[in-house]
Design a protein around this ligand. Sequence first.
Ligand SMILES: C[C@H](O)[C@H](O)[C@H]1CNC2=NC(N)=NC(=O)C2=N1
Length: 112
Amino acid sequence: MTNLAKQPCEPCSGNATPMSEKEAQDAVNALPQWKISDGDGMMKLTRSYHFDDFAGALAFTQRVGDIAEQAGHHPMITTEYGKTTVTWWSHEIGGLHQNDFILAARTDEVAE
Ligand SMILES: C[C@H](O)[C@H](O)[C@H]1CNC2=NC(N)=NC(=O)C2=N1
């Protein structure tokens, strides 16, 4: 299986084409704990992670923020007591791009 987290992050330029539903469904097979969600009329990629307390959820949120800043690609993150939910999509193209799957794989790495 391709190791998504190790793929280079292509810049998501405004003129890239968003993935089709079929392409996104195929790509999510490599990340079975992530779900394709429908938000604001476009596909997004979401996963929740569970922690013992708020501090654990918040520390993870910061690590996700760090990888986002490193990549120049930013998710929506909701931090709750014992739970952090991360949603990736590419604002500039209004949908999903391979880049979102790469960042999702990196998110899994910093959860461990
Ligand atoms: C100028 C800046 O690099 C762009 O607006 C970046 C910032 N972060 C981004 N994050 C995400 N998730 N999608 C984008 O299209 C995006 N664009």
